[in-house]
Design a protein around this ligand. Structure first.
Ligand code: BDR
Ligand code: CA
Length: 309
């Protein structure tokens, strides 16, 4: 069983990832959830994480608020994708549980101090993760793996032509994480844009008729609208659940070990993940980069797990 910390900015796709993880106690011990400003401001991402923890009946899992936004940079949000609440479509009441006192990066540090090995699962901008690693670089050896959603290679970006949202919001933090020497698995747009909803995939949630599957179906229906309009896709991509699906069934994904560096300077390409897919350089390979998945198996896994809640 893996011990994991989910660092997140819910967001409907973050929420589906959280529900899937909380529905999988045999494989994943979620020792905490830290929140970060991203898709919507921190106050809302924290509230949304609490809402999902409560929906999963897992109120014992601590939710700890972290950074409001990146250091020295304005927070860019994405209400145009996720709605004003960040969780439009969820149809859930406000949470009755409160965040655990503390600060996200400090919580991550404290947990790394007391546990032998933790897998970090960043689903938003990497601000909290980089801060934790900068506070206590020696604790990197306690991180078993970082499995993150972020970046894009052949697929390009979704905020600028080259940059994906999570990396674009805080490229400096991303550079710290990719330079940390920690074993990284990266779920970029190349794979998440292939993990798309369809009417029957959403029905697989809705038809189960539980509170969690009904809410998941509502979120998926809301979230797919933006991408259908923007990209002309037939469904909406489900980014962040790729991270949790990888932990549960890694064979769903294909990819390769590459060097990945982050562009932090250029005005035109800031936030780009420069993936050396073809080994054009001898730079050290620091991340396993996914490029494809079995999307039927992926959606079946999510519907089955969330159906257990
Ligand atoms: C990423 O950005 C957010 O909008 C999603 O939650 C996901 O983490 C996709 O670019
Ligand atoms: Ca996210």
């Amino acid at each position: 069983m893996r011990k994991i910390i989910i660092d997140t900015d819910p967001g409907q796709d973050d929420a589906i990832a959280i529900l899937t993880a909380l529905a999988s106690p045999e494989e994943l011990d979620v020792i905490g959830i830290t929140t970060v400003g991203g898709n919507v401001p921190l106050e809302l991402t924290t509230k949304n994480a609490l809402m999902m923890v409560e929906l999963a009946n897992r109120s014992e899992v601590p939710v700890v608020a972290g950074h409001l936004g990146p250091k020295g940079r304005r927070l860019v949000t994405a209400e145009y994708v996720h709605g004003e609440t960040g969780l439009d479509g969820a149809g859930r009441p406000d949470p009755t549980i409160a965040a655990t006192p503390g600060f996200g990066p400090e919580f991550i540090v404290e947990q790394l101090e007391v546990h032998d090995a933790i897998t970090l699962c960043p689903l938003g901008p990497l601000t909290n993760i980089a801060d934790a690693l900068e506070r206590r670089p020696e604790l990197a050896s306690k991180v078993e793996q970082i499995v993150l959603m972020g970046g894009g290679h052949f697929e390009g970006g979704n905020v600028t032509p080259m940059a994906e949202f999570n990396i674009y919001v805080d490229p400096g933090a991303a550079a710290t994480v990719f330079a940390s020497g920690i074993d990284i698995v990266m779920m970029p747009l190349d794979v998440t844009h292939k993990a798309r909803t369809s009417p029957s995939r959403i029905a697989a949630f809705r038809d189960q008729g539980t509170e969690a599957t009904t809410s998941a179906a509502g979120m998926l229906s809301f979230a797919e609208r933006f991408d259908i309009d923007r990209y002309g896709f037939e469904g909406g991509p489900l980014h962040d659940p790729c991270v949790i699906a990888y932990l549960l069934e890694p064979e769903i994904f294909t990819g390769r070990l590459c060097n990945v560096e982050i562009e932090t300077e250029s005005k035109l390409t800031r936030g780009t993940t420069v993936v050396d897919w073809w080994e054009a350089t001898k730079r050290p390979k620091n991340a396993w980069v996914a490029n494809d998945l079995d999307s039927d198996r992926f959606f079946a896994l999510l519907a089955e797990r969330i159906g257990r809640l």
